[in-house]
Write a protein that binds this ligand. Structure first.
Ligand SMILES: [Zn+2]
Length: 316
């Protein structure tokens, strides 16, 4: 699922395809829950508009248009935003992938999962939004209009100050992993980068958020930003559907420390990576590098009983 780094890589690559160009036509798929603005309204209102900037808030992309309206794009679980001419097997339906002869170039042509096609007045390459599972969102905001989804976002994880996290963990009785996934605390953190950041910070994912000391919060935020910045450098994490807008895979999956590495040795200490469920989400951690998963945090776990790791609460 695309998280902040994948959305930021998308923003950086899509900006040159969008900014300064005037939409000639907008072709959509049929109405569905993906369209928070009805598709016929997008087709009517987007032509003639020029994009002035492409911004990001958490996992949302916001194209600022010349009439001060904003096109909001959320990639959801399987959303793909890419330029005409991009090629990747990830842009093909599974049946088309299976039928592809070896060594064939997987050229893309719009299919039934392509929900928005923007064509431009300059006649240059178009821009496509494709989403197989349709958990993504498209929304056109009138000038000055906002939306509850944007209103409830906390500060962006990449630029938040430590004081923000310190203030937001205070008194919170839930596992720090679950807190990190809450978009109103920090916008943009999802399952992969929460696990990676907690490992980097040496904090057990089941620690009670409210028990974290101020230095631990600061260390955690530094870790969140470090793993995200590194992922952006490598083009993000490609597992199933995510591709960079030019069709390349992201490279961060090969560098991950804990995510989806259950049973494999920790790259820091060699201990086998373990997996738990916290707040319904699969959570990966090193029991040696990340001590302190104590007390009631463990009561949230679903699945086979596991003993609480030994060791006191660090830094408090
Ligand atoms: Zn370790």
């Amino acid at each position: 699922m695309p998280e902040l780094p994948e959305v930021e890589v998308t923003r950086r690559q899509v900006a040159p395809l969008l900014v300064g160009r005037t939409v000639a036509s907008a072709v959509t798929s049929a109405p569905s829950h993906l369209f928070l603005t009805p598709p016929e309204e997008l087709s009517a209102r987007l032509p003639g508009r020029r994009t002035e900037a492409l911004e990001r808030r958490g996992k949302y992309l916001l194209a600022r248009l010349d009439d001060r309206s904003r096109l909001v794009i959320h990639l959801g679980m399987t959303g793909q935003l890419f330029g005409e001419g991009a090629t990747s097997v990830r842009l093909l339906a599974s049946t088309a992938r299976a039928a592809l002869p070896p060594e064939a170039l997987p050229g893309f042509s719009p299919d039934r999962h392509t929900h928005l096609r923007l064509h431009f007045a300059d006649g240059g390459p178009g821009l496509f939004f494709r989403d197989v599972r349709k958990f993504g969102k498209l929304l056109l905001l009138a000038p000055g209009e906002t939306h509850a989804r944007l209103e409830r976002l906390g500060p962006d994880a990449l630029s938040a100050e430590p004081a923000v996290l310190i203030r937001r963990v205070r008194g919170r009785r839930l596992a720090v992993k679950a807190l990190l996934l809450n978009q109103s605390v920090l916008a943009g953190v999802g399952n992969i980068y929460a696990d990676e950041a907690l490992h980097r910070a040496g904090i057990h994912p089941a620690r009670q958020a409210g028990d974290l000391s101020a230095p631990e919060c600061a260390r955690l935020l530094v870790a969140v930003q470090a793993v995200m910045n590194r992922s952006i450098e490598t083009g993000g994490t490609s597992i199933r559907d995510y591709v960079q807008p030019d069709g390349r895979d992201g490279g961060f999956y090969d560098e991950r420390a804990v995510y989806a590495r259950r049973g494999e040795p920790c790259r820091t200490c060699g201990t086998a990576i373990e997996r738990l469920r916290i707040g319904g989400r699969s959570t990966h951690f090193c029991p040696a590098c990340q001590e302190g998963g104590v007390k009631s945090g463990l009561a949230d776990f679903v699945g086979p009983h596991r003993r609480a790791p030994r060791g006191g609460v660090r830094g408090s």
